[in-house]
Design a protein around this ligand. Structure first.
Ligand code: ADP
Ligand code: MG
Length: 402
């Protein structure tokens, strides 16, 4: 990682303005159902507090579209944060303005102030310079620990850092950001071999950039999940009632010919678990990949594919996995995703570096209780994809180089 982190600069007594990703899932009663994004930032917060600095946190929540939406206030997040953090955690009713200025002035060493949802101002997503300048005024140092928001050039992820740079203020990565960049960076630079990537999930078009960038870098690329059917269609096979978008077939065809002309090893499933419908009590059967019945829907990879893929994964020294192997949210279709997660877990035990990217994939391994068996489960869905496409993320590019 070539970016400076909070450990590379002097924070003592400083006002630290830090972007975090606290866009946590809530249930219908407004209770936080998964506080991982909050907990993941605790080491960074504790480190900053240990430097006798004051901490001003910036975060967004949901899509209020530039309006104050009461149900999207950050109060529940602040409450949960306060349960974990030593010292004062306070909130304000806005992210800029006189109340914020006063609250910032009142901060003592070790105090934490969480600014209100940045997206109550349309200026946040518009990366408005005046809004960014107001935010920048609250800190002596800028820290970005929001990997999951780093692919967006918003005021809090890019504009603020730009302005603080002009002032000569340090702009650095938090510990979570640094960990994300370290693990994901290792995949793209000199990965231990064999390097195996597993790509699944819904749409080929969303992940084409990742596949194109990874194909020349990996030893084997394994395709699973609903994107398999685009490849089936491209090969001229029946896809039946499987999840399939017509625009994905030419994309898959292009990837197949890219793999062939480059001599790259890309595998598609050998068999598929098909169902009569998408339900807990569905009737399922296993069919060859090229023989999906016209009246059935492909819901998971089959046992032959699980066996093939598992062997390849267990012998790998580097594994990247993005996208579930099937519709794992429904019990009869979870076996492929669970089995592949277990194989990746065994690869970790065998000494491989294993990284999970993608929001639903991370949710799947957590739901299956297998997240602790992975070297790293990325907190950034879209951000990890853009990183793996080889793009420089604006929220990372703006940070100080080492
Ligand atoms: P990620 O968030 O990890 O990048 P995606 O968003 O691309 O993954 O895809 C996740 C979704 O793909 C899951 O909700 C899962 O149910 C769905 N999925 C995977 N395989 C299938 C399938 N065969 N049929 C329908 N949906 C599928
Ligand atoms: Mg997803």
């Amino acid at each position: 990682m070539n970016k400076k982190t909070i450990e590379d600069i002097d924070l003592r007594g400083k006002r630290v303005l830090m972007r975090v990703d606290y866009n946590v899932p809530l249930d219908e009663n407004g209770n936080i159902t998964d506080d991982a994004r909050i907990r993941e930032t605790l080491p960074t917060i504790a480190y900053i507090q240990s430097q006798e600095a004051t901490l001003i946190l910036m975060a967004h929540f949901g899509r209020p579209k530039g309006q104050v939406v009461e149900s999207m206030r950050l109060a529940p997040v602040a409450q949960r944060l306060a349960e974990f953090v030593d010292g004062n955690v306070t909130t304000v009713s806005d992210s800029v303005g006189p109340e914020v200025e006063a609250a910032v002035k009142d901060l003592r060493s070790g105090d934490v102030l969480l600014l209100e949802n940045l997206r109550f101002h349309a200026e946040e997503e518009a990366n408005d310079a005046d809004f960014a300048r107001q935010l920048a005024g609250y800190g002596d140092v800028y820290v970005n620990d929001a990997f999951g928001a780093a692919h967006r050039a918003h005021a809090s992820t890019e504009g603020v850092a730009r302005i603080m740079h002009e002032r000569g203020a340090p702009c650095v990565a938090g510990l979570l950001m640094a960990r994300e960049l370290d693990f994901l960076g290792q995949l793209l630079t000199a990965p231990a071999r064999p390097f195996v990537a597993i790509l699944g999930g819904v749409k080929v078009s969303d992940k084409i950039g990742v596949i194109e960038n990874l194909l020349p870098k990996v030893d084997t690329l394994l395709i699973g999940g609903a994107m398999s059917y685009a490849f089936a269609e491209a090969k001229g096979y029946e896809v039946g009632e499987s999840y399939f978008k017509a625009e994905d077939a030419p994309v898959a065809a292009r990837l197949l010919s890219l793999a062939q002309s480059g001599g790259y090893n890309m595998r598609v499933p050998v068999d598929i678990l098909v169902a009569d419908r998408d339900a807990e009590d569905a009737q399922t059967t296993v069919v060859p990949f090229d023989a999906i019945p016209a009246d059935k829907m492909g819901m998971d990879i089959g046992p032959g594919t699980i066996a093939d893929y598992s062997t390849i994964i267990e012998n790998a020294k580097t594994v990247l996995w993005n996208g579930p192997m099937g519709r794992f949210e429904v019990t009869p279709f979870a076996n492929g995703t669970r089995s592949i997660a277990q194989a990746v877990g065994r690869a970790t035990t065998n000494g491989a570096l294993t990284v999970i990217g993608g929001g639903d994939s991370a949710a799947a391994v957590k739901q299956m209780g297998l997240d602790s068996q992975m070297s790293h489960v990325s907190t950034g869905g879209g951000a990890s994809l853009e990183f793996l496409e080889g793009q420089e993320l604006p929220g990372v590019a703006i940070l100080d180089d080492k």
